[in-house]
Design a binder for this molecule. Structure first.
Ligand code: ADP
Ligand code: MG
Length: 349
């Protein structure tokens, strides 16, 4: 991506300058202050913003930004359904998927987590929904002019079901009972965030914030020791307003919502999230759900699964399993919010 950018975060720079002035006044020798550096660009059809806390070192920053880009590119080449030569697309286009097909460790990890979240959400999260995603025009196939034909829908619905997918850990491999089309769009972004986080830690960066397309993972602190603050957006298209703020130190947060990616036909809003039970886009009043987890792939998948379930069922499941989750529900006269007890401990505003 040629539009990649590296810049110091402004507030941090100001305080670093202030420290410099203080040090000069005190007449003592000055140790380079750590500040926040922001590396941003585009990947997975969306944007990324990565903040790293370190002293000014342009060569190192340049190397880091290249390493970050490569880490994300590798995930894309494994998991994209938009790239015909990705590892996932090659599996999807196999005529016979019933024999064990060897897969990379990365793909295995994401498929394994996908099945775990499918079981937890009783199939609300299901990566075998690909044929339906495409039918409704949210995948690589072109967007339909009208709502799909019921026969076509029934046919594609019959191809869906995570129980048809089987994994083998050692050596990592996958097979299917019948022809499947897997779609990792609801979890790959989160895995991409985790991959960048691992890369940064390997490079000795302890304090960072990694965000790809709204899915975030943080570690350590900001300069000065403050926790990273993350905003849960008001689910209004275009307007970037804050609904809630959480403080995280070593966690990830992902949000699934119907307010950004949807299309309208005859006054009806069609979300890109499909209910695998009905084969149709979800239509309920849950505007957004945010989930906090140790890693971003888990948060990402859970957020989509909870979005399919609707807030009442999902908040019950999340509460029972001690999962931090925050629901913004569209009501007649605005929004109503619900949070699980595990989520409340992160809220600061
Ligand atoms: P959101 O942030 O709104 O959850 P994501 O980008 O994480 O959006 O996931 C939405 C994408 O996931 C869809 O575009 C589609 O490719 C795929 N998808 C849709 N419905 C499901 C589902 N029930 N389970 C898993 N993946 C889904
Ligand atoms: Mg998701």
């Amino acid at each position: 991506m040629s539009s990649r950018m590296i810049r110091p975060a402004r507030a941090a720079l100001a305080s670093a300058l202030f420290a410099l002035v203080l040090a000069a006044l005190a007449g003592c020798s000055f140790k380079p202050e750590k500040e926040i550096w922001e590396i941003s660009g585009g990947i997975f059809g969306t944007t990324y913003h990565i903040s790293v806390v370190m002293a000014d070192d342009q060569d190192r920053l340049k190397a880091l930004s290249e390493g970050i880009e490569k880490a994300m590119h590798d995930v894309d080449m494994a998991m994209s359904t938009y790239k015909p030569d990705s590892e996932l697309s090659r599996f999807n286009s196999l005529a016979d998927q019933t024999q064990w097909v060897p897969v990379s460790d990365a793909l295995y990890t994401v498929l394994d987590k996908s099945l775990e979240v499918s079981r937890l959400t009783n199939g609300a999260f299901d990566i075998t929904v690909g044929p339906l995603v495409n039918l409704w025009g949210f995948g690589p196939e072109a967007r339909p002019e009208q709502v799909p034909d019921p026969n076509e829908l029934a046919q594609r619905l019959a191809e869906v079901g995570y129980e048809k997918l089987h994994l083998r850990a050692d050596p990592p491999a996958v097979r299917a009972d019948s022809k499947l089309y897997l779609d990792l769009s609801a979890i790959a972004k989160g895995f991409g965030v985790d991959t960048v986080a691992r890369y940064l830690e390997k490079e000795g960066i302890q304090d960072y914030l990694v965000e790809i397309g709204g899915e975030v993972r943080v570690h350590g602190n900001k300069p000065g020791g403050d926790a990273w603050h993350l905003a849960v957006e008001q689910p209004v298209e275009g307007a970037r307003q804050v609904n809630r703020v959480v403080a995280l130190t070593d966690h990830a947060m992902a949000t699934s919502g119907d307010y950004r990616n949807y299309y309208e036909s005859n006054g009806q809003r069609y979300s890109h999230t499909i209910n695998p039970e009905t084969g149709r886009p979800i239509t309920h009043n849950l505007a957004s759900v945010s989930v906090v987890a140790d890693d971003c792939m888990t948060a990402d998948a859970l957020a989509t699964g909870f979005n399919v379930m609707g807030w009442e069922k999902a908040s019950e499941l999340a509460t029972r399993n001690n999962i931090p989750a925050y629901f913004i529900v569209r009501e007649q006269d605005g929004f109503e919010t619900h949070e699980t007890p595990a989520f409340s401990s992160f809220v600061i505003q």
